[in-house]
Design a protein around this ligand. Structure first.
Ligand code: SF4
Length: 460
């Protein structure tokens, strides 16, 4: 068993019994669910909206090369720079190069999972550049020295009391502040950072091929400050975030807002098409877009799991997943957690190291049911399992268990010899190592069908 799997199982065991964690998560999830129910009313025909969204993403991903080149040509013509990064190291080095050219000492960031994926904060710190998170949730997580817990709500696992205590400990403010006071504290601290930062870094919710634009959606206005105060703006994004046209946002912005946070539309929606123009008063002198592959073309190559690239990172599948709600976001030990994380991480990183995540699912299908772009998440988890078995990555004990199971099942004599109770015991013994002690296993009937049939025929 790989160390990643052992760690995942050990952390899951602890988290699943942590009732306080469950209480906080359930509290926050209930808020999300209520908001989602209200937000979804704006769609008169939700199934069609989701089907259309899936079709748009299908077209975008099937023609990814064409749309990315279209984006590059237009964005470059508007004065921006496009950088292609194959992996984490290349992305880090490109960002460092820009920071060095601009003599940057401080970088202000808005929320971006791709910067988590490339471990940007740690990398910048190692190079004596201070990264400041400006999204409130990310700011809280940075203060606490933790990665985001959830792809949309980074501090979902913390209560308002936890955050008040954290601010008291780390920032020296009074204990027991209210959420409004805490927000005010963060706002005051961050204003200064925005003014002093040399570079602003954002992610991208979508990249728009036909206008060469980067679409960013947010609720706090921090992404706008990140991109307007500093003289340089770097947007880093996965290559799968492309949409063919600006017009597609008419569907995707409300869809992301509703499935992400239950809003009709997010508060601030901005499209960046390059650096500040001659006639414009706001905006950076220079703008760079880094298009990150980092394993995405591996997924593209694999037709069976390709549709996982349709994901718009709304987080709805995490909120719907009974496993995520019990073990929590940090247990996965990956940038992307929950069902979508379990699907893509084995492909983005390594199947031998992360295949176990594809088994961290009850296969209830709730993730598929809630996905706005109708990704067949639970089917993709099964495909991952299949691929890992085909690659002979299963554990020795599970292989032995299936071998013995098959031998016994094919033997009428053996099946009739053992009672139901004996079979229950044998099955538990065989599979408990591979599947864990707590897995609910099928209970055998006291007699086999064949025995009952024979008895019936004999009139007993
Ligand atoms: S897989 Fe679907 S539900 Fe999950 S984050 Fe992506 S778009 Fe949202």
């Amino acid at each position: 068993m790989q160390q990643t799997e052992k760690t995942f199982l050990a952390k899951s065991e602890i988290k699943a019994q942590d009732l306080e964690h469950r209480r906080k998560i359930n509290f926050n999830m209930q808020h999300y669910e209520a908001a989602f129910e209200r937000g979804r009313q704006q769609f008169s025909d939700m199934p069609t909206a989701r089907e259309r969204a899936k079709n748009v993403k299908w077209r975008a991903i099937e023609n990814l090369d064409k749309y990315l080149e279209e984006f590059e040509a237009r964005f470059t013509a508007q004065g921006g720079h496009v950088i292609w990064a194959e992996n984490v190291e290349q992305a880090q080095q490109e960002i460092l190069k820009i920071c060095r050219e601009k003599n940057a000492r401080t970088v202000v960031k808005s929320k971006s999972m791709v910067t988590e994926e490339i471990h940007l904060n740690e990398f910048l710190e190692k190079n004596q550049i201070t990264p400041i998170e400006s999204d409130l949730g990310e700011y809280i997580q940075q203060l606490d020295g933790e990665p985001p817990y959830h792809i949309v709500t980074p501090a979902m696992h913390k209560s308002k009391e936890d955050i008040a205590e954290l601010f008291h400990q780390k920032l020296g403010v009074d204990a027991g502040l209210t959420p409004e006071q805490l927000t005010q504290v963060a706002r005051e601290k961050l204003r200064l950072e925005f003014q002093q930062a040399d570079i602003g870094i954002t992610g991208a919710n979508f990249i728009l091929a036909d206008i060469g634009g980067v679409a960013v959606t947010e609720n706090e206005g921090n992404a706008r400050l990140t991109t307007s105060f500093p003289k340089t703006h770097i947007a880093i994004t996965g290559i799968e975030k492309v949409l063919p046209s600006l017009n597609d946002l008419a569907l995707f912005w409300p869809l992301l807002a509703t499935f992400g946070t239950g809003q009709q539309v997010t508060v601030f929606n901005t499209i960046f098409t390059g650096p500040r123009g001659d006639t414009e008063v706001d905006g950076p002198d220079d703008m760079y877009v880094i298009l990150l592959d980092n394993g995405r073309t591996q997924i593209l190559k694999d037709e069976a799991v390709r549709e996982s690239l349709y994901c718009i990172r709304c987080g709805a599948c995490l909120n719907a997943c009974p496993v995520y709600k019990n073990v929590g976001g940090h247990t996965y030990g990956t940038t992307y957690s929950g069902p979508i994380g379990s699907v893509i991480t084995p492909h983005l990183r390594s199947m031998p190291e992360y295949k176990h995540l594809s088994y961290a699912s009850s296969l209830c299908g709730n993730c598929t049911a809630v996905c706005p772009v109708r990704i067949n998440l639970h089917e993709l988890l099964l495909i991952n399992r299949h691929e890992s078995v085909e690659a002979h990555l299963g554990s020795g004990s599970e292989k032995a268990a299936w071998f013995l199971w098959k031998r016994a099942s094919l033997s009428r004599k053996l099946m009739n010899m053992a009672s139901g109770k004996t079979k229950d015991k044998v099955i538990r013994k065989l599979f408990s190592k591979a599947w864990g002690e707590r897995r609910e296993l099928p209970v055998f009937a006291p007699k086999s069908f064949n025995q009952m049939w024979q008895e019936n025929k004999a009139g007993r």
